[in-house]
Design a protein around this ligand. Structure first.
Ligand SMILES: C[S@@+](CC[C@H](N)C(=O)[O-])C[C@H]1O[C@@H](n2cnc3c(N)ncnc32)[C@H](O)[C@@H]1O
Length: 261
């Protein structure tokens, strides 16, 4: 297990914690005390089920790239990982969507030993961070200007397994292809650059140095929801809720991939 210290927030003394929670703009819904969850735009726990992270991480090292508030880092620690490193850059600086205060408050309240490193994906190297048994790369790929180069950097710090969760586009095409968003085409967010289709994600992952890759989501509710155009999944309505053409609604979605060295 990672180093776990006692939370400084005494049981029952929730007032200070609630006040500090209210001062943060949260991306993740994290249960800091039984029944006391951080307010977030979506249920992070529902997303967790789609990722199929190994339930037992005892003794393993985990790197969470683009960790933001750290939900998945804390979950890896909870599953027994010996060392967990939360890495981010963009969201941890005040001039972006949010800052690091959510991660820091959650770590303190949970008494967590998750380490943090402020690093851009492009600056990941084994010399700087070491290598990790499991690397989480969730919701980050489509934010990057140079996704193949980014996957090479991610591969360089992965010793065994990588889990990618990403926006996908052009899902009907079997050949590897990526949609390019030069402006705010995707969710009105100028930080979204690319929508690879599943074949493109798989072939880029292999080109970046992994031996095997598998898309985990075709049977998930989320993926079927996108493919059939039915809007029954709350998680997807968060992502797809922005004004989009019927064609985009059919072409686009989210997918999860597991890759192995
Ligand atoms: C949509 S959020 C996903 C957060 C979290 N991984 C999750 O799945 O809930 C995208 C994250 O990627 C991070 N990110 C974007 N560009 C990055 C970069 N070049 N280097 C490191 N992190 C980056 C953001 O700071 C943010 O935390």
């Amino acid at each position: 297990m990672g180093r776990v210290t006692e939370s400084k927030f005494a049981p029952g003394g929730d007032r200070e914690l609630r006040e500090r929670i209210a001062r943060v703009t949260w991306f993740h819904e994290i249960e800091l005390r039984p029944g006391l969850r951080t307010p977030a735009p979506e249920s992070t726990r529902k997303r967790l089920g789609l990722l199929r992270i190994p339930p037992d991480l005892t003794g393993r090292s985990v790197l969470d790239i683009g960790a933001w508030d750290g939900f998945f880092s804390f979950e890896a620690e909870r599953r027994g990982a010996a060392r967990v490193v939360a890495a981010d850059h963009f969201a941890w600086h005040e001039n972006s969507w949010s800052d690091k205060s959510g991660f820091e408050l959650a770590r303190e309240a949970l008494g967590s030993g998750v380490e943090d490193v402020d690093v851009d994906v492009m600056d990941l190297t084994p010399e700087r961070l070491g290598t990790f048994d499991l690397v989480l790369f969730l919701g980050v790929l489509y934010h990057l200007r140079h996704p193949l180069l980014a996957l090479e950097r991610v591969a360089s710090v992965t010793a065994n397994q990588l889990i990618i969760e990403t926006h996908v586009d052009l899902t009907w095409l079997r050949r590897p292809a990526m949609a390019f968003y030069p402006g705010q085409e995707l969710a009105w967010d100028p930080t979204n650059w690319w929508g690879p289709n599943p074949a493109a994600v798989e072939s880029m992952v292999l080109a970046a140095g992994f031996k095997r890759v598998e898309m985990m989501t075709p049977n998930s509710l989320a993926y079927r929801t996108v493919r059939t155009g039915r809007r029954t999944c709350r998680y997807l309505t968060h992502v797809l809720g922005h004004r989009r053409t019927p064609r985009e609604r059919i072409d686009q979605g989210r997918a999860v991939f597991h890759a192995f060295k």
